[in-house]
Design a protein around this ligand. Structure first.
Ligand SMILES: [Zn+2]
Length: 380
């Protein structure tokens, strides 16, 4: 048996894990990628926005553009003593490689680079163009990352037709799930005003908890939607409520709450906000409501890209992937609005953001072949 730890993609993955690129610090990862891409004939641009380093690399000027996208940043390791192996020292154990970012998502990055090298060695005169969009701010606020790169591209009329995001989409085995969209995420920050008073004299006070309670009950009773062909039902969750001033004999002057919608394409953030306002306005309650939109839902319709990704997975595993819109948000929310088809395919996500994050070494090699097949199906 050959030693898989000496495969070029595994070597590159180890190099990336060794760089402690906790958001937004890229820790030199993009420099490593840039060196490899420049050798392949890519024009590489570093796009710096505040403390976030982004990379836009492109080879060719023709349409269509097939772009691989992802992030070099990782979440903090937490207590290093709890790790089986030091988080930034890639360590092989059995079939697995341990290290922060092993699954989310330095495997995806390494697989993209080596897949590009193999593809271009075999087909230097392919059709269309190849591109990479890499950020160091996916795990953080995500304001100066992919969003700003897309703004930059839009300003110069540069478009991406198809995008493969290397996020860890798989659940049990490599390629069992690909993401073809994501739910939207909208948060409400609420303040309900009242008048503070003595608990024994409620007639002289106006308790905001009492005013808010029926509204809260009604919000939980609304059947937001039943989902649709591609999305689960929209969910409404309250994440925080606080009001009391800490004394048992005082009713509070103010209540604050925070809630979140994970919503399907049956809604936009505007239509959700309107519906919530109508529930509040049906009650006699003085309130202020501020909204934060993390991302509208997006969906890539069945077509050439999804077909190619499914076919590439089938060729390597013999199975057909489940097409899913589950999970949290991803940077796909910034790329899709430009009219780009976005599909997410990456390693198994069971250990992401956890202590002892790891990836099956064989999967990284297979993922590289999947990416190469996608290029062959889209650009030849
Ligand atoms: Zn990620």
């Amino acid at each position: 048996m050959t030693d898989i730890s000496s495969e070029p993609v595994v070597d590159l993955l180890c190099d990336l894990i060794r760089r402690p690129s906790v958001t937004p610090d890229d820790a030199g990862c993009q420099l490593v990628l840039t060196e490899r891409l420049t050798q392949l004939g890519f024009v590489c641009e570093t796009l710096q926005f505040n403390d976030v380093t982004n990379l836009w690399a492109r080879r060719g000027s023709e349409s269509p553009v097939l772009c691989f996208a992802g992030h070099t940043d990782v979440v903090p390791p937490g207590s290093k003593d709890e790790w089986r192996y030091p988080p930034f020292e890639p360590t092989f154990d059995g079939d697995f490689l341990y290290g922060r970012g092993a699954a989310d998502m330095k495997s995806g990055l390494a697989a993209m680079i080596v897949a590009l090298e193999n593809f271009l060695a075999a087909y230097p005169n392919h059709g269309g163009s190849l591109a990479l969009l890499i950020t160091s701010d996916e795990e953080g606020r995500a304001r100066d990352g992919t969003l700003k790169v897309m703004d930059t591209l839009r300003a110069r009329n540069e478009t991406i037709d198809w995008c493969v995001l290397g996020e860890p989409s798989s659940q049990h085995t490599l390629g069992d799930i690909v993401r073809i969209g994501r739910r939207g995420s909208l948060s409400g920050m609420l303040t309900v005003h009242g008048v503070q008073g003595h608990v024994a004299f409620p007639q002289h006070a106006d308790n905001p908890i009492r005013r808010f309670a029926p509204v809260l009950a009604e919000l939980h009773e609304v059947q937001w939607d039943d989902g649709n062909e591609h999305f689960p039902p929209t969910s409404f969750q309250v994440v925080d409520i606080r009001a009391g001033i800490g004394a048992p004999n005082v009713t509070p002057a103010e209540l604050s709450a925070r809630f979140n919608f994970r919503y399907s394409t049956e809604w936009t953030h505007e239509s959700l906000q309107k519906k919530v306002a109508s529930v509040f306005d049906a009650h006699d309650i003085g309130y202020e409501l501020n909204w934060h939109l993390s991302g509208e839902p997006f969906l890539t319709e069945p077509g050439q890209l999804i077909d190619a990704v499914s076919q590439a997975i089938h060729a390597e595993t013999g199975s057909t992937p489940e097409l899913s819109t589950g999970g949290g948000t991803s940077d796909g929310r910034f790329i899709s609005p430009a009219g780009t088809d976005v599909v997410e395919l990456g390693p198994v996500n069971a250990s992401i953001h956890k202590i002892d994050e790891h990836v099956k070494v064989e999967d990284v090699i297979t993922l590289t072949r999947m990416y190469q097949r996608i290029m062959e199906l889209m650009l030849l």
